[in-house]
Design a binder for this molecule. Structure first.
Ligand code: 5GP
Ligand code: MG
Ligand code: MG
Length: 188
């Protein structure tokens, strides 16, 4: 019989309330920044951003559009292979629109660089990044938001592999309502 999920976690970095409060703050910043302009398209990066996208978009009281892309670079391990590919494309046309990429975490930066460049090539008028977590210690690829875009960050993440609130290890732990670090024995 499998143990309850909480027992797999070594330590919790951000609990449900802390995440909720920070998501509300990010949504307020985005709402303020886009109140006077054409409403943005929020593009979640599957699968990791699904909970963050759901919580963030529900707190933005503007006529926004929501879409999803899927990008893959990880396989089943904990280290990026550094060559992200887009494996599920956008449904909406971003030409002439403000786009906000919604990511669970920016780590090496290679996914962010790839997706920002892609949206720029599709004619977006600006590309912002909104990441729940930023792990600057692991950055390998420098990227810049495009046009008048901004980089919205929830929390700065220490240099450990984290799971929960959408983030997986080998497609599990996404349903944890908090973000934490796995016990080493569960990485096997
Ligand atoms: P990149 O290295 O391209 O910046 O990160 C690509 C993706 O890898 C992130 O969007 C995220 O889905 C995943 N990733 C990066 N760091 C972590 C981590 O600590 N935990 C988990 N579960 N996924 C991560
Ligand atoms: Mg992601
Ligand atoms: Mg993953």
């Amino acid at each position: 019989m499998s143990k309850p999920l909480d027992s797999h976690i070594e330590r919790v970095l951000w609990n449900e309330d802390q995440i909720s409060d920070r998501v509300t703050e990010l949504a307020s910043q985005i709402t303020a920044d886009f109140s006077g302009t054409a409403s943005p398209i929020l593009v979640g990066v599957a699968t990791g951003a699904y909970l963050f996208l759901a919580d963030l978009t529900r707190r933005i009281p503007l006529p926004i559009t929501v879409d999803i892309v899927r990008s893959q670079s990880y396989g089943s391990g904990t280290v990026s292979n550094g060559r992200p590919t887009i494996s599920l494309d956008l449904k909406v046309d971003v030409r002439g629109k403000h786009v906000i990429l919604v990511e669970d975490i920016v780590d090496t930066g290679s996914t962010a660089a790839c997706l920002i460049e892609y949206l720029e090539s599709k004619g977006a008028s600006s590309v912002s990044m909104c990441a729940l977590l930023d792990k600057p210690a692991r950055r390998k690829v420098h990227f810049e938001v495009f046009g008048d875009g901004k980089f919205y960050r929830g929390f700065e993440c220490p240099d450990s592999f984290v799971v929960g609130y959408g983030m997986d290890f080998d497609e599990r732990y996404r349903n944890l309502p908090y973000v934490g670090v796995l016990k080493p024995e569960y990485y096997m």
